[in-house]
Design a protein around this ligand. Structure first.
Ligand SMILES: [Fe+2]
Length: 354
């Protein structure tokens, strides 16, 4: 833990203690990973120094932090991401043409891109600006790998488990390589038979990973059960609660989040903030693990401090403070007055606009 000045060198570091305004309002909770928007917020509040710790392991920390400083230079991040996407495409295509592969090949590619992807952990808004429906499965695999390792990190899991979740996310939809292309890429609604075939990607994925050299039962289960839901409404086995390993529950959250953000059916793009609200609803409805969702949602919500939002009554406001216990109902500023959405239950955030 160390005291650091409030400037851009803070980006990518974790706050070691809860931070309050002069009036005692919680500004940013402990464990917040700082973005440039947070730094601006602290500067606005005239906070000069904060207690921080490095979020990443020693050695890579400085390097990644200096990359995080380039948060605004999105072009570079996007170029790295597109390169990673190309590699993903080629290794997935290889599997679909010549069958099983060695697990190490996937882990290698993912860990290679993971470092680049670390930049995107604070960059959901640029992660979700890329277009291209044909690359959906590859992009989705890459994104879910990144999100799974992020969630594992937020859950304070061990480095081994974080790496495992990255690979599990990267491979969760591998079975789609065995689903006929005309079903996989069909633009409209699937027929019942087509949907049944599509659902088999979970079982295919399980088989493919088990056939791989180095593939483990748990890794294969992650592919098998990422569409299971805690209330038994998922597929393919309609498992309930603890019958679904917690790793698969993390995958379900990451998968749903990316699917909502990248939705190709509804042309209007859903922002990560809105996707987080939908996850919260699913968790409250008993489908997703609420502890996992609350950690993740809190993280996403914090990325939107300082962003502009449109409320359900059409008014435009600025997000000022995120409450840790109700991240989807922040304190917002409407011209010169503040509005606490925790107490204005009739209002919701309809859309993030910048
Ligand atoms: Fe899937």
């Amino acid at each position: 833990m160390s005291l650091a000045p409030v400037d851009n060198s803070l980006v990518g570091k974790t706050i070691a203690v809860d931070l309050y305004t002069e009036n005692g309002i919680l500004l940013l909770p402990q464990e917040t990973i700082l973005t440039s928007a947070h730094v601006q917020l602290l500067q606005k509040q005239r906070i000069r120094e904060v207690e921080v710790r490095q979020v990443l392991s020693e050695g890579t920390g400085e390097h990644i932090t200096s990359q995080l400083l380039e948060l605004d230079a999105d072009e570079e991040t996007i170029a790295a991401y597109v390169q990673a996407l190309d590699k993903t495409r080629s290794v997935f295509d290889q599997v679909s043409q010549s069958g099983a592969s060695h697990l190490e090949k996937f882990s290698e590619i993912f860990s290679e891109v993971a470092e680049q992807s670390m930049k995107q952990l604070g960059l959901f808004r640029s992660l979700y600006v890329l277009e291209g429906a044909d690359s959906y499965t590859y992009r989705h695999s890459l994104n879910v790998g990144i999100l799974c390792s992020l969630i594992a990190r937020l859950m304070k899991w061990s480095e081994d488990r974080i790496a495992f979740m990255g690979t599990a996310g990267f491979l969760h939809d591998l079975g789609k390589m065995r689903v006929p292309k005309e079903i996989l890429l069909k633009p409209g609604k699937l027929t019942d038979e087509e949907f049944a075939e599509m659902q088999k990607h979970t079982v295919y994925g399980y088989q493919m990973i088990m056939e791989m050299e180095g593939g483990s039962e748990l890794l294969a289960q992650c592919a098998l059960m990422h569409h299971e839901r805690l209330d038994g409404t998922g597929y393919p086995q309609k498992r309930i609660g603890n019958e679904i390993p917690v790793e698969c529950q993390v995958l379900a959250v990451a998968d749903m989040f990316d699917a909502i953000c990248s939705d190709r059916v509804y042309k209007e793009r859903t922002s990560p903030f809105e996707a987080a609200q939908l996850l919260w609803k699913e968790a409250c409805g008993g489908k997703l693990n609420i502890e996992i969702v609350s950690q993740f949602v809190r993280y996403i919500a914090l990325l939107y401090v300082g962003a502009r939002a449109r409320l359900s009554n059409g008014e435009e406001v600025e997000v000022i403070l995120i409450h840790p216990d109700e991240p989807m109902r922040p304190l917002v500023r409407r011209s010169s007055e503040f509005l606490d959405l925790r107490y204005e239950r009739q209002l919701t955030i309809e859309k993030m606009i910048g």
